[in-house]
Design a protein around this ligand. Structure first.
Ligand code: GTP
Length: 160
């Protein structure tokens, strides 16, 4: 199957696999690549910068439920169509994290009073080619997880 190993922005090793939960059936992190009206829907994290929404799975929640909740909290978007894409494992200095990647095509986006730990939604017509050089973008957007996941999403015909 399709597995990749590369280093992230901080030089930690990442393993990414386009398989059904290859590293853990119960991952503790989720990340959701979102589109809205044929544009990209992201969030502005106050320290990390612009990134697709995501976060940690809470007690009593499935990873998919966490993905839907995080998208709503960080952007105000209601998810009604979500696809599992891949899973990745990062060997960081502080230990290992395992994250599911999803794709969601958003139809409803409503302004909120609060976006939890973020500054709320960011809508972009296109993602710049040189994200790695752009300080406004989060480190999460600067490795092959994004590039390869976008490739997969396009290949699967999920982008309408
Ligand atoms: P907060 O509680 O949100 O502040 O999280 P934290 O600082 O405890 O970090 P978290 O548990 O989310 O992640 C721990 C470390 O794993 C981070 O410092 C990163 O090095 C790494 N990490 C987390 N998410 C990603 C990711 O999506 N991609 C990459 N490459 N590394 C990640």
């Amino acid at each position: 199957m399709k597995r990749f190993t590369f280093n992230d922005y901080y030089n930690n090793e990442v393993q990414l696999a386009f398989e059904n939960h290859p590293f853990s059936k119960l991952p503790k992190h989720v990340w959701v690549i979102c589109t809205y009206n044929n544009q990209w829907l992201l969030t502005l994290h106050p320290r990390r910068g612009i990134e697709f929404p995501g976060g940690k799975v809470e007690k009593g929640e499935t990873a998919k439920e966490a993905a839907i909740r995080e998208v709503f909290e960080e952007t105000g978007a209601s998810v009604d169509d979500i696809h599992y894409v891949a899973q990745y494992r990062v060997n960081g200095k502080a230990g290992m994290i395992i994250k599911n990647v999803y794709f969601a095509n958003i139809k409803k986006l409503e302004k909120q009073d609060s976006y939890f730990e973020t500054e709320g939604p960011v809508i972009l017509e296109r993602l710049p080619d040189n994200i790695k050089q752009q300080r406004t973008f989060s480190f999460m957007m600067k490795d092959d997880v994004l590039v390869k996941s976008l490739h997969f999403i396009k290949e699967q015909g999920l982008l309408t």
